[in-house]
Design a protein around this ligand. Structure first.
Ligand code: AKG
Length: 266
């Protein structure tokens, strides 16, 4: 495995950004030609998904959530065991963090603004208090993200306040929704409680955004999981097996499954 590119102090600065702002960006982190291969492998999956589940569109018109098969192109340790990303993840959600999600969000032409939402409810809603992070999304696009093709918009610092308070601050202009314009290769690490929304893709080219979920070991989100084919598991490193330890091991991938992650906005 490659050694990370960042020093301990730089890793700590990314961690602080996630704690304070709710997200950080690692510029030009992944190899672009690798991500071009991901894009090629993803295109037929998206097409099949749209044919199978086109009418569901629960994330809004022309916007699709597609789980990636943990196999071939996508079971790539250079991505999910990236040393820098794991260093940040482990400080934020524990040395014994788990990887629980490998999927994509893709707005197509005809998509719209989503309602502003977070991806997880607070742990203890009755207290009105937010806690330290417990679930992270590592996002990276498979195309450059411009103002035209539906940038993800995020409201900085809203992961540590109630949704009502965050919406009030956005409404009053105290907090802005910032479009994340990204080059292919850039990586975003975010606390999934930060308020955000998808925006319309006004181009004819899909805008896939990969999401890898890492969380505290005790967090169970039954909506998401990664099927690990036995043959793939055999080739994984010890670290990878540990990261993926609570996911189901299968003889072969269930190709026809309907997405189970339908309830996504809190
Ligand atoms: O990638 C995007 O445009 C954001 C999508 C999103 O937030 C969601 O569907 O939950």
């Amino acid at each position: 495995m490659d050694r990370g590119r960042y020093t301990r102090a730089e890793i700590e600065a990314f961690v602080q950004a996630v704690l304070t702002d709710g997200f950080c960006v690692l510029p030009d982190h992944f190899d672009r030609s690798k991500l071009a291969s991901w894009g090629e492998a993803f295109a037929p999956l998206l097409e099949r998904h749209v044919q199978q589940e086109g009418s569901l569109q629960n994330r809004g018109a022309e916007r699709y959530y597609v789980t990636l098969p943990f196999d071939l192109t996508f079971a790539d340790p250079a991505v999910f065991e990236d040393e820098d990303i794991l260093a940040i993840v482990k400080v934020l959600v524990g040395d014994d963090a788990v990887m629980c999600q490998l999927a994509t969000d893709t707005p197509l032409f005809g998509s719209d603004y989503q309602d502003i939402h977070r991806d997880a409810p607070p742990l203890f809603p009755e207290t009105g208090e937010e806690t330290l992070p417990f679930q992270l999304a590592v996002n990276f696009p498979l195309v450059d993200v411009t103002t035209a093709n539906g940038p993800f918009e995020v409201a900085r610092g809203t992961h540590m306040m109630s949704k009502e308070e965050a919406l009030r601050r956005i409404e009053s202009g105290e907090v802005k929704l910032e479009p994340l314009l990204l080059r292919i290769g850039d990586v975003v690490i975010r606390d999934v409680r930060g308020l955000h929304r998808g925006t319309p893709n006004r181009t004819k080219t899909p805008r896939p955004m990969v999401v890898i979920g890492y969380s505290r070991r005790w967090l169970f989100r039954p909506e998401v999981s990664i099927q690990i084919p036995r043959a793939v598991r055999e080739k994984l490193s010890e670290q990878a097996r540990f990261l993926l330890r609570f996911n189901p091991v299968v003889d072969s991938l269930d190709e026809e499954g309907i997405e189970t992650y339908q309830s996504f906005a809190y």
